[in-house]
Structures are given as C-alpha cells and as structure tokens.
Design a protein around this ligand. Sequence first.
Ligand SMILES: Cc1cc2nc3c(=O)[nH]c(=O)nc-3n(C[C@H](O)[C@H](O)[C@H](O)COP(=O)(O)OP(=O)(O)OC[C@H]3O[C@@H](n4cnc5c(N)ncnc54)[C@H](O)[C@@H]3O)c2cc1C
Length: 372
Amino acid sequence: MTVDVLVVGAGLAGLHTATLLAQVGHDVLLVERRPSLSGAIRTTGIFVRRTLDDFPLPPECLGPPIRRVVLYPPGLHRPVTLVSARDEYRVGDMAPLYVTAARAAADAGVRIALGTRYAGRHADTFLLAGRDGHDGQVRVRARFVVGADGARSRVARDLALDRNHHLLVGAEEVFEIPSSKQPPAFHCVLDPSLAPGYLAWVVNDGRHAHVGVAGYADRFPDGLRNALEQFGATAPGLPGIDRPEDVERRGGPIPVGGLLRRISSVDGLLVGDAAGAVSPLTAGGLDPCLRLSELAASALDDALRSGRPDALSHYDGAALRARFRGRLMLRRGLAQVRTPATAATAFTLLRTPFGRAAARRILFGDGSFPDP
Ligand SMILES: Cc1cc2nc3c(=O)[nH]c(=O)nc-3n(C[C@H](O)[C@H](O)[C@H](O)COP(=O)(O)OP(=O)(O)OC[C@H]3O[C@@H](n4cnc5c(N)ncnc54)[C@H](O)[C@@H]3O)c2cc1C
C-alpha cells in the first residue's frame, strides 16, 4: 500500500491531524494498536475553556461545566476554594468522543486500521502488524509518517527525534454517580505522600466521579496502585457517595518535560504526547495536542504540495518550547514538594491574596499552550 501520510496512534492528536490532512485532499492511513477506541482510555478528559471556545467538540460528549476548584493540603483541613465567573472546564465522555472523532476522520477520507501496530521502519516503508504480532506484517510506503503514538513514542525513536524522559505516571477510577445539588467541582489534593510531585484529584461533575493520583513513579512510597487505593478511601468531594464495585480504570505516563526540541525530520514529525506537548505544570495535554496537530497538518500540507525536502524544518519544537519556560520553572518547584510539611507551608502562601491570584491565573488562565 502507498499513502501520502501514515499516522500512528488514534488518540486525539492522531485523529485530529489525520482528519485535517484528509480534508485538504491527502491520502491518509491512521493505524491504532487498540482494537477499539472505547477501551484502554488514558485520560481524565478535562477540557479547558480555551479548547471549548476554539474547537467544535460534540456537546453531547461533554459533561456539565465546572467553575469551582477546591485545593486541599495534606490532611484536607481548611481547603482553599476558587470559583470562576465563567465555565472553566468540562469533562469529556471520552469513549464516544473518540468514536465521533474517528467517524469524522473516516468521513473526511482517512482509512483507519484498528488493532494494527506500527512495528518499525525500513527507509520509506513502514511495518504494520496485528496487535499480538501473530498475524504477519504488512509493509506500507508513505511519503511522511506522523508519530501520534503517545509519551513513549516508537516513531520518535525510529526517526531519531527527541524523546520524553521527564515523565509522571497517573491512574484513576471513573464511575457514575447519582445527581445531587452540589455544584460540579474539581478537587485537588497537594500531598506528596499520595501524589509525589503532582496532585491527587476528584472531579465530580454531577454525572461521573474521577478519583485519581499522579506523580513520579519512583517516589510513590508503596506504588501507584496503593496510593490510589489509599486516596480513594478518604477522597474529598464525594459526600454520601460510595465507590461501586465496578469502576473503569484508566492510567498512563504523562510527559512533563515541556515540548521537545526536535520534533520533525525530512521523513515525518511528532504530535501530542509524542512531542511532549503537555503543560509541564498542570499536566494537561488535550488542548496542546489539538493545537500542535493544527500546526503539524499545515506543515505536512506545505511539504506535500511543495515537494521540498526541507519543508518540515519550520515545524520546530525549540521555538515554541521557549514559551514554556515559566511553567517549567513552576514544575521544578512542584517537584520539590517532597514532604507533607512542605506542602502545608506552600498552602500558607496559597491562602494569601497573592497566592490565590497566582492559583487563579494557572487554573483559570489561557496558558495551556502558546499560540504558534
Ligand atoms: C491519567 C491521566 C489523566 C489525564 N487527564 C488529563 C485531563 O484531564 N486533561 C488534559 O488536558 N490532559 C490530561 N492528561 C494528558 C492527556 O490525556 C494527553 O496529553 C493526551 O491524551 C495525549 O493525546 P495523544 O493523542 O498524544 O496520545 P494518546 O491519547 O496516548 O494516544 C496515543 C495512541 O497511540 C497508540 N499507539 C501507541 N503505540 C502505537 C503503535 N506502535 N502502533 C499503533 N498505535 C500505537 C495508543 O494505543 C494510543 O491510542 C491525562 C493523562 C493521564 C495519563
């Protein structure tokens, strides 16, 4: 098979890039190792206001708007509540959202192969295999390959591009909850014994609860699973709601080292987590992956039309990365919160007007990803 572009990975980054390319007439093959887009989801799915304003996500796949964030120190005493005058977040119902995005891709002309793993490259041909590798391999010839294959990208390795080394790991449980009169809220707990270097969270939007923890893998005292179990037993924001027996489990790595510098070569490029396009501080990657995909699709369109070998060189992570500097500094600060006592001290600052204003800027601001 010969195509213009082979896109590896049907997360939001791959789906969006593939759709944009097909819409302008290119021949695109999108391969995804998962047999179904509704399984093995790796995100909570919190979309920020900026994404909701700029991208037409299907409203039926979005939960109720959230304006309230509650920040807790270790021990959960005297939390700080921040309420925005605007709708700040909505949680995506990710299974139908991915399926809807795949339908839009197919309608635009993208050929989608699920249960198909990218297994390596040989010059301008790429090897595709069944998920477990027993179904033999198929060779595809493509002018360009797009690595939308997540934080531990195989495509990045094969194109000799930069790779993510600074990673958090996160895990969460998701379950339906009965409706209540409580306003939808996002609860964040800063406790390094539960979430070393990041946060533990409960999102309760009145329809679903997401209870999760994330942090540096080697710093969880008893491992990620135990931390999640421990947090689930005392998690705030779910008054009178018992965790059901049957919950959906999600999890995965989160690159927080900032956008990678070398994200393109003459043979292809990286998007989404593969490119490190995640806010180093908030660990939000959905808005960045959509924005970077637009840039990637436009660079690939130029390259395919002009035929110039250097056409992808202006798809450059180094220039955009410079604008992550402030967030990278704050990430280093958060990584230094290693004991509950340090977290409690950070809360003393957070309770001041300056601390509250800074938290509002991070949580309710527009800094998810710099405009190219
Ligand atoms: C627990 C957790 C919670 C999160 N919550 C949020 C949140 O609420 N809001 C937010 O903004 N961000 C969140 N993030 C980050 C966000 O989910 C990611 O940044 C975003 O989903 C990245 O999208 P992507 O398309 O780049 O990668 P992915 O969604 O990871 O997609 C990569 C795809 O590539 C496929 N793939 C990998 N290797 C191959 C291969 N060899 N062949 C074929 N297919 C392959 C994978 O199966 C996968 O489907 C969270 C992350 C985690 C781990």
